[in-house]
Ligand binder design. Sequence first.
Ligand SMILES: C[S@@+](CC[C@H](N)C(=O)[O-])C[C@H]1O[C@@H](n2cnc3c(N)ncnc32)[C@H](O)[C@@H]1O
Length: 388
Amino acid sequence: MIKAQRTETMVRQRYAAGAKERADRLCCPVEYESKYLKVIPQEVIERDYGCGDPSRYLREGEVVVDLGSGTGKICFIAAQIVGPKGKVVGVDMTDEMLEVARRNAPIVAERLGYANVEFRKGRIQDLALDLELLDRQLKTHPITDAASFLAADELAEELRIKYPLVPNDSIDVVVSNCVLNLVEPKSKRQLFEEIFHVLRKGGRAVVCDIVSDEEVPEQLQNDPELWSGCISGALTEDGFLAAFENAGFYGIQILKRATQPWRTVHGIEFRSVTIEAFKGKQGECFERNQAVIYRGPFKQVLDDDNHRMERGKRYAVCDKTYNLYSKAPYAEHFEFVDPLVDVALTEAVPFDCSRTPLRHPKETKGQDYNVTTKANNKCCDGGGGSCC
Ligand SMILES: C[S@@+](CC[C@H](N)C(=O)[O-])C[C@H]1O[C@@H](n2cnc3c(N)ncnc32)[C@H](O)[C@@H]1O
């Protein structure tokens, strides 16, 4: 058996045991908001193997996927935050974890008065493949030789296309709590791409995980015990953010970083971080004569599309960038300057986003703008009195 498979099998076995009985060394202590724990059965709360709380960053009405949902604690908390108008899907590959989560879902639903959580079986690096559908198909078409193995591979591909476990562009927020590190290195890139694919444009990922302050050496990576214990597969702090960037995310930021390490192994510190990353910078650029001003405090900033802006200067941006900046996580950092005469999107010409030119105020107002006005009483905050 090749090493990657051994690693995943080991992870599955360890968490199968952790579903049946609490395993202390699999988690670092997390404080969840106690008001959300009241409706969650004790066996779920006890089998908490998280390292943070991504549910804190959810909002009412959102459609959420929790990757590596375990016994379902984050899903059950999220269910209360998104409310009956929202929906939560937990994905896990371990039958024993799914069994506990599914058995407790109706109990939570009854206590809440609504049911908005479901659990699906899948690998988080392959979010289109429904493993229970595949299980059912393989019962009638078992793998007995090389030919049936290849046929099963084709069948899996067909299932991914026809009946995806989590359809592309369908999710508002992907959350995960202490799971990404458990995915073997060869599939890590695909994992981040899968997160990107299932999110809708404008969606975001909020992920808590264990990261290391130095590269994890091969000798530690080859230790299966440390693998399933959330150590060996940890990305470095900057590597974790870069993985989101490489998958096409923007506006990536650290929401929380534990000052104290959870564990230190051979001098390498492993700690919990929570990061947020947005999907939606892809698309065409159109000129609508809009401008933005970076407010500071840094002298200059560089965004994920390579727009470099100095504090206080007025830059021309395309409609797409203008709209991205008008929302989280950017809005508070910018002033927005609309043109005096609106350019309809249907009439807008393409904008060259490979550079970030300054925008002269005359471009915003129009070259012939030559108005002289009296002092505007409303120019100062608070309205009323004089400006100067
Ligand atoms: C450390 S536990 C975290 C569980 C849960 N998020 C929590 O906060 O308690 C890791 C979970 O991820 C699942 N898991 C690990 N690797 C996975 C993969 N590649 N695909 C799907 N689930 C995975 C395990 O079965 C286990 O339930």
